[in-house]
Structure formats: C-alpha cells, structure tokens
Design a protein around this ligand. Structure first.
Ligand code: 5AD
Ligand code: SF4
Length: 486
C-alpha cells in the first residue's frame, strides 16, 4: 500500500497535525484530488456481505479523492467490479459482465474498468495482461490505493496492487452507504481468515485474520444510530475469533489498552442504544462459545439469530474439510444455542459432493438437517478452487451429476424445514423492524423479526425504521404474513 494513498481519507481534518514531510504528501493528495474531482465512479458488488460492505469503503475512498458515485454505468468514468472467487460459477458470471463492459468500451475508449476483491487477488494481473479485460486490479487490502491507481493509468503504467496486509482494517474510514434502506447497515469487525478450511479460497484472497479496534466499531454504530439506522450487522469471516489486544495464545499485547473478545464487543455495541438491533455473521462452530450465547440472551436488542455453517453432517468429511469440529460437537453447539436462546433462528451453509463424499456420508448431512431443522440454509455443490488444500490433497471425484442430485435433495429437505419453521410462527406476535415497502404493494411494509425472517404487513401509519408488533396469520416457505397489533 502506498503511503501517498493512505493519507487521502484524512486530508480535510488532519493536515494541521502533519510534520513537514507529511505536509508535502498532503499537498500531493490535494493535487490528486484536483485531478480526479468531478469524475464519476460506478460500483457493482458480487458475493458475500463483506464485499458489499467493502464497496462502501471503496466509495468513501473514491469520494475523498474527488469522485462522485453514480448508479448508472453508462455515466461513469471508472467502473469498479467488487468480485467473488468462492465458486467457479461466481467467477464466470463476473467474466461475462467484464466482457459486456469491454464491448461497450468501443464507444468510449477512455472509460476505465477495474476489478476489486477476491477474484482480483486470485488472478492478480492475469485479467489485465493475458485476457485484457481490465485496466485496474486491486486486492481487498489495496483500496486506499485506488485513486492513485486511476492516475497511474494516465501515465501509461500498469495499475495493479494486490498486496495483502497484516493490519489493514480501514478502521477510520467512514463508509458511504450504497443502496441503503437507511435502516440497516454493515460494520466490518474483522478482515481475512486464518482457518484454512480445505475447500475455501478466502484465506488466499483475503489474507490473514485481523480485528478492528472496538472504539471505531462502537463509534460507527453510534454514528449510524444517530443518522436514523436501527440495525447493524457485525461482519467477519469468523466473528467468534474477534480479539482486540489479545494474542492468538491468549496473552495481553498492550497492558495499557483494554482487551476485548467477541462476546465483549457484542455487549459494547448492544449498549450503544436499546433501539439499535445487532446482528452478526459468520459464526464458526469450533469457536462459538457460551459467553456469546450468554450475552445474546441478556440483551433484547441482540437478535435471536445465528448463522452457523455446518458444511457437512459427517465427521470424516468435516475432518477432510479441516473444519475443526465433529458432527457431535456441532450438535452440542446447537443444543447450547437452544438452551440459552430457545427461540433462536438458526441458518447454515451446506456443501454437497466434497472430495470422496460417499452416498452414506451424504445421508449423514440429510440426517443432521433432520436433527437440527434449520430455519434457513445456503446450499452449494462443491467447486474445486485453485491453490486450496483440497485441490492439492484430494481428488474432486464426485461426479457433477451426483453433486447436483445431492444438492437437489438437500434443497428439497430444507424447503420442508423452512415451511415447518414458518408455520410454527403463525399465531405468534413478533417485534418487526420495518425496512421499506413490500415487493408487491406500496400499501404494505416489510421487515424482519428478530429471527431474521421477512414479515409483510399492512402499512397503516407505520413507516420504515419503526418497530412494529406483527401478529402472524399466514406464511409461505420464505415469508411471514401478518397484521399489526398494538
Ligand atoms: N465450493 C462450494 N461451496 C463453497 N463455499 C466455500 N467454498 C466453497 C467451494 N469451494 C461455501 C461454504 C461457505 C460459503 C460462504 O460458501 O459453504 O460457508
Ligand atoms: Fe473459508 Fe473456512 Fe475461513 Fe469461512 S472459516 S472464510 S469457509 S476458510
């Protein structure tokens, strides 16, 4: 990351604090801003919530350098695609989009196309040099450098920065909320991942795990609340391993600073205001402790919802996946959730057809689903990713046909469970945070209950951002339908 670019976020309010050298750099930043002012940037995001959250950081960095954001790609001087590399089909979709933008570039050759995020990190300069699909390549830790990369193009230089950092958290950057409903927002609390699940490309694309300071997280939550937001989702690849000022071995790093683990961070954010709802994602079964469950049960405004990816219901497959837990351990964690938070909504991620998965092992996944009865699930068939442990160690030997058939079985079973779960909600009353109009009618509002299920109800005098008590009268497998009660 260039020092030059690290300054741009703070140039308005910190110039007076800089020493002589830095003053020089600040002037350069002002010049940079002059050269970029008025240019328009268009951002498109793919993949996980973290990518959408990152795009808001990118928007902020670009705005501080003088860019305006636009929702119309045709209007943009710079098009940035924030990409996902987790499965091959995600990458293919992005490639097609890049080809489309390149075709349009014939009419407007000065338009800059940049690729950000995991696919940028994975493919490095390949998309630039071999496939000639992009002008800029920036990995997840290089966003501060983006204005600089745009300017480098003008001098005919290649614009690539895929350096991964051990400490970049973009902590003090105030994200520009894109496509926001003004009610819910993401806050990143950790970046990167140290887990090395054998199927997963994320540790290679997002680098080492690091936590963001609690003060800046709490300040961001407070700022959002004051701006009218009523829900924040704390994001990290594995939120349970959040730790501030505590080494991996559990030692205190700086005796003058406070130490904060994830349970303590949750509590701090919950205390910002009782009317600010807190969600978080993603929890990891090997790390999710009872301390987190205890804090969740204690604070009304921490939502009763946990996303706890299981990936497989068979312990041998879990071992090969390097997940760090067994089927029994996972089921014990589910029991703990139900003990502390009886009404907790639980969702999961499942992969079918991982290397060597037998028919019996697949049946174990179905039987685990029967045992847990998830309220919701994200389900995928295994897609081998270059560089991962699984690619190096195991054979991707389940046929595509079997992977897809097993996936269809998992999806069919989940549909039954989601319907059962929603039917149980009929006749109950939930406190719902109104997020906006329902898709079907401007006479109806929609919003989620604490368990993260979408509810639809007549608008009456309510507006988005209101907490509304909704009595559930009917449901589909995806939505609860109800009427407001006082
Ligand atoms: N193939 C299929 N699914 C994957 N996931 C991660 N890597 C792969 C892969 N190689 C899924 C996991 C993870 C979710 C975000 O994506 O279920 O939890
Ligand atoms: Fe990937 Fe596992 Fe890290 Fe999740 S915890 S990002 S699945 S390596």
């Amino acid at each position: 990351m260039s020092k030059f670019a690290t300054l741009n976020f703070s140039m308005q309010n910190q110039t007076e604090l800089l020493d002589e050298n830095q003053q020089g750099e600040a002037t350069m930043v002002e010049q940079l801003s002059d050269r970029l002012t008025g240019k328009k940037v268009y951002l498109e995001s793919y993949g996980c919530q973290m990518n959408f959250s990152d795009s808001e950081i990118v928007a902020s960095i670009m705005a501080n350098a003088g860019f305006e954001t636009t929702r119309n790609a045709n209007d943009a001087d710079v098009i940035l695609l924030n990409t996902c590399a987790i499965r091959d089909n995600a990458e293919q979709r992005i490639r097609n989009r890049l080809k489309q933008f390149n075709a349009e570039k014939v009419q407007n050759p000065n338009k800059v196309i940049g690729i950000l995020g995991c696919m940028a990190e994975r493919l490095k300069s390949q998309l630039l040099e071999e496939e000639k699909l992009v002008d800029i390549v920036a990995g997840p830790d290089a966003y501060r450098d983006l204005p600089n990369l745009v300017l480098e193009l003008e001098s005919g230089q290649k614009a690539v920065n895929v350096l991964l950092s051990r400490d970049e958290t973009y902590a003090e950057i105030s994200p520009i909320r894109l496509d926001s409903n003004g009610v819910s927002a993401f806050i990143s609390i950790t970046r990167g991942c140290d887990n090395m699940c054998s199927f997963c490309v994320v540790p290679f694309t997002r680098g080492r795990e690091r936590s963001r300071g609690p003060k800046s997280i709490v300040a961001e939550a407070l700022d959002l609340f004051e701006k009218g937001y009523r829900e924040v989702t704390l994001l990290g690849q594995n939120v349970d391993s959040y730790r501030w000022n505590i080494s991996k071995k559990g030692e205190i790093v700086d005796s003058m600073d406070e130490t904060v683990n994830f349970a303590q961070l949750l509590e701090k954010v919950a205390l910002v205001n009782p009317d600010l709802r807190i969600r978080f994602s993603t929890s990891h079964p090997k790390d999710m402790g009872n301390d987190v469950l205890e804090i969740m049960s204690r604070y009304e405004n921490i939502c009763d919802y946990i996303h706890l990816p299981v990936q497989s219901g068979n312990s041998d497959v879990l071992h090969k996946m390097n997940r760090g837990y067994t089927r029994d351990w996972y089921l014990e964690r589910i029991n703990a959730i139900r003990k502390y938070i009886p009404e907790c909504g639980i969702s999961t991620d499942i992969i079918t057809g991982f290397c060597g998965e037998s028919e019996e092992q697949h049946q174990d996944t179905l039987s685990l689903m029967e045992a847990v009865k998830y309220d919701y699930a994200y389900m995928f068939f295994y897609s081998e990713r270059p560089k991962t442990l699984a690619e190096r160690k195991y054979t991707d030997d389940v046929s595509l046909e079997d992977k897809k058939r097993r996936l269809a079985e998992v999806i069919a079973l989940q549909k039954v469970h989601s319907m059962e779960s929603n039917k149980k909600a009929v006749g109950k009353t939930y406190r719902v945070l109104a997020e906006g109009y329902s898709k079907r009618s401007s006479e109806q509002l929609c919003g989620r209950n604490s368990q993260n299920v979408m509810c639809v109800f007549d608008k009456k005098d309510y507006k988005k951002g209101d907490y509304v008590n909704v009595f559930i009268t009917d449901c589909t497998s995806g939505t609860l339908i109800g009427e407001t009660v006082v």
